[in-house]
Write a protein that binds this ligand. Structure first.
Ligand SMILES: Cc1cc2nc3c(=O)[nH]c(=O)nc-3n(C[C@H](O)[C@H](O)[C@H](O)COP(=O)(O)OP(=O)(O)OC[C@H]3O[C@@H](n4cnc5c(N)ncnc54)[C@H](O)[C@@H]3O)c2cc1C
Length: 382
């Protein structure tokens, strides 16, 4: 029976592992941290449709809050409220989510070794030799879900994510935000030109507050943001990490070493969110390699993974477009969005994950576009 090694026990690795175990292949996950789900480095905002798409573990005890929309704040404080008028997203505990995924993998017969770092990988003919420090492990396939560092991917494939497009981020868990917990808040500031600041509420009191930028002085910028927007909060916890806002990578199945998740840049470049879209590619590539091993046609799964990858590539191009809009225009853009029917269409067609597909639905409907253009013209003539 084919042996598959998964490097990294984050969501991308565990979602792949579940597909492999489901089909009865010999599966081993190696996770360098001492337990699955810790330390937790995530805002935990996931769409409900995405949770369905990845068949998230049930019961969803890890859901801490439900979200029905977003409020965008321009630099001068103008607000644009996008209210879906139904629950569209959940705020989760990644610790709880990752652990339940790990339990599912183990129940299906997969082995997970925590506290084991894969130090090196070598390709030997059709198989791989993994250096685990005190022992070695031989595998026919490797799913590389090592997250940000993508060190092993660089070694085996001589390619990786674009290092310049990882943005340092600080995220606080803080008490006392005092805002409606059913909306996330996105703040655009001149002193944060390359990413927005956010509040993801857990309840009326506690929320996750994040800021990210490649500019110097991230800590000072965080303090400035807090003093402007949340002067009375009490900080309970703090993490520093990085998020990816670059181009995704693609690796063909015949490499037998398949990078997935953050390691492969399978992240929405507009928001840095990677759990759902990274998970979908990961699940499909894992299903494809398993079906191939079982003598079946893997192409349906590869095509589905490619579809998600293409969406991420287009989202990256959307981000590049947005990067060219000077932040001083955000006031006008949010005002326009507020005064016209754009919000209605985003509410009806918007998808937090397949962002480009939903924009195309709007653009490709001449009737919708006419209505939007006329409402923009009316607003400009006011
Ligand atoms: C502050 C912050 C907020 C975020 N908010 C959101 C959000 O709201 N929604 C969203 O969808 N995404 C969010 N993201 C992004 C999301 O966390 C990632 O996209 C997601 O965790 C990627 O999953 P992964 O499995 O690819 O990598 P990871 O979750 O990083 O897991 C990789 C695992 O591999 C292990 N590992 C690495 N190297 C080795 C090795 N050599 N041997 C063994 N183990 C190894 C690591 O210990 C780690 O556990 C956020 C990220 C940050 C930093």
């Amino acid at each position: 029976m084919a042996k598959v090694a998964v490097i990294g026990g984050g969501p991308a690795g565990l979602l792949a592992a579940r597909e492999i175990c489901r089909r009865g292949l010999d599966l081993h996950v190696f996770e360098e941290d001492s337990e699955i789900g810790s330390p937790e480095r995530c805002g935990g905002l996931l769409s409900l449709s995405g949770l369905e798409r990845i068949s998230a573990p049930k019961p969803m005890k890890y859901v801490l809050n439900l979200i029905r929309g977003a409020i965008f704040h321009s630099p001068s404080g103008h607000e644009f409220k996008l209210d879906a008028r139904r629950w569209v997203a959940a705020v989760i505990s990644r610790k709880g989510f990752d652990r339940m995924l790990g339990e599912e993998v183990e129940k299906m017969g997969g082995e997970i070794s925590c506290g084991v770092r894969v130090r090196d990988v070598e390709r030997i003919g059709e198989s791989f030799d993994l250096d685990l420090g005190d022992k070695r492990f031989s595998a026919d396939w490797v799913i590389d879900a090592e997250g940000m560092s993508s060190k092993l991917m660089r070694k085996i494939l001589e390619s990786s994510t674009d290092r310049k497009r990882w943005i340092p981020i600080i995220q606080l868990t803080a008490q006392g935000h005092g805002l409606d917990p059913s909306f996330v808040h996105l703040y655009f500031k001149e002193y944060l030109p390359d990413f927005f600041a956010y509040l993801i509420p857990l309840n009326e009191e506690v929320g996750r507050i994040g800021i990210a930028t490649k500019l110097k002085g991230l800590e000072l910028r965080m303090r400035r943001f807090i003093s402007e927007e949340f002067p009375r909060i009490k900080v309970l916890r703090r993490i520093s990490y990085a998020i990816y806002v670059g181009r995704p990578t693609w690796t063909e199945l015949n490499e037998r070493f398949i990078p997935v998740g953050d390691a492969a840049g399978h992240v929405k470049a507009t928001t840095g969110g990677g759990v759902i879209m990274g998970g979908l590619i990961s699940m499909n590539m894992a299903s494809a390699l398993s079906e191939l091993e079982l003598g079946n046609d893997p192409n349906g799964y590869v095509r589905e993974a490619r579809r998600v990858y293409r969406e991420l590539k287009e989202i990256f191009h959307l981000r590049k477009l947005i990067e060219n809009i000077p932040i001083k225009f955000y006031d006008e853009i949010f005002k326009l969005a507020d005064e016209t029917s754009i919000g209605d269409y985003l509410r009806r067609f918007g998808d937090m994950d397949f962002q480009l597909t939903s924009l195309k639905k709007i653009v490709h409907s001449p009737r919708t576009m006419m209505k939007i253009i006329s409402s923009i013209l009316l607003s400009l003539l006011k």
